[in-house]
Ligand binder design. Structure first.
Ligand SMILES: [Zn+2]
Length: 297
């Protein structure tokens, strides 16, 4: 694994990526406006007023050693998106498999973590070394094979899971020079019913598309930006998905104390905390029942 891989590969969107080299000082991130009215008809399980999914990308070992113990002490299960070719992740495959058995979702983050290179060219003047294949050069057949190969690896080494979800590396939704989202979507739908992107923090359960579940990157030294987005879900009855990478690691990290503070907040309020696949299936069923199946669901 090349030095610097986690930071570069963790980029979640063109807009947010360049704030991350180097890891920026933490500061509150303004909450985006909530664009949907509270749906009185939408009911979360257990009388919860909002749903929260915690996600951790790339397969960092500190997810196993620091995030999971804290999550499980709080009684929570989360989603961990693995890049399956990552050698240091594969060294811990038995631990990832055990995590799956304990109820965590182990999701698909592709084999090679291909991203679009154009944002790097514009901002850095080069393609980073870890980006072995820009999505601009990937064909529909190749992205289908890439998604399927990671899904196969997970089935074989982690365990089959018909509800397993996908997370777009770098938050990039399209292949091709002319952005082609439809072919990427089709590749995902061959194996998964839902995918997390990074478009927004709070999802409206009545209308969210299953291939465009939004997430918010909560990395940093303090918990407040993440808590703010969870509170926004409480205010609207929404579903907030938080994105993390390293927990307590040396770079591109969410500090462990902040992680623990966030979990304490989630325990203290009326949240339903569950993996993306669990909330996604619940939302999918609710949309079907209401006749409002969103395109792509
Ligand atoms: Zn990633």
């Amino acid at each position: 694994m090349p030095t610097g891989f986690p930071a570069a590969a963790s980029l979640q969107s063109n807009r947010t990526f360049f704030k991350k080299i180097p890891v920026p000082p933490s500061r509150p991130t303004p909450t985006r406006p909530i664009r949907f009215p509270r749906s009185e008809a939408w009911q979360w399980p257990h009388g919860a007023r909002a749903a929260i999914s915690l996600t951790y990308d790339d397969g960092n070992a500190n997810n196993l050693d620091q995030a999971m113990p804290d999550l499980e002490a709080a009684g929570f299960r989360a989603t961990f998106y693995l890049q399956t070719a990552r050698a240091d992740m594969q060294l811990r495959v038995a631990d990832w498999r055990a995590a799956h058995a304990r109820g965590h979702e182990i999701g698909n983050h592709t084999v090679h973590h291909w991203c679009r290179t154009q944002p790097y060219l514009e901002q850095l003047g080069r393609t980073p070394a870890w980006l072995t294949r820009p999505l601009e050069s990937v064909s529909p057949a190749e992205i289908a094979a890439e998604v399927a190969a990671a899904a196969d690896w997970l089935d074989q080494h982690i365990g089959t899971d018909p509800d397993r979800t996908f997370a777009h590396p770098c938050g990039a939704l399209a292949i091709g020079v002319e952005p082609d989202e439809a072919s990427y979507d089709a590749a995902i739908l061959q194996r998964h019913f839902a995918a997390r992107s990074c478009l927004t923090a709070v999802n409206d359960p009545a209308t969210v598309q299953m291939l465009r579940i939004g997430g918010f990157d909560g990395q940093g030294a303090v918990a407040q930006p993440s808590i703010t987005h969870c509170e926004a879900a409480l205010a609207t009855g929404g579903w907030t998905v938080l994105i993390f990478h390293g927990i307590g690691g040396p770079s591109h990290t969410f500090e462990r104390a902040a992680h623990q503070e966030l979990l304490a907040h989630l325990q203290a309020r009326d949240y339903w905390v569950a993996p993306v696949k669990t909330v996604g299936r619940f939302v999918e069923a609710g949309q079907r029942a209401s006749g409002r199946v969103a395109a792509g669901a």
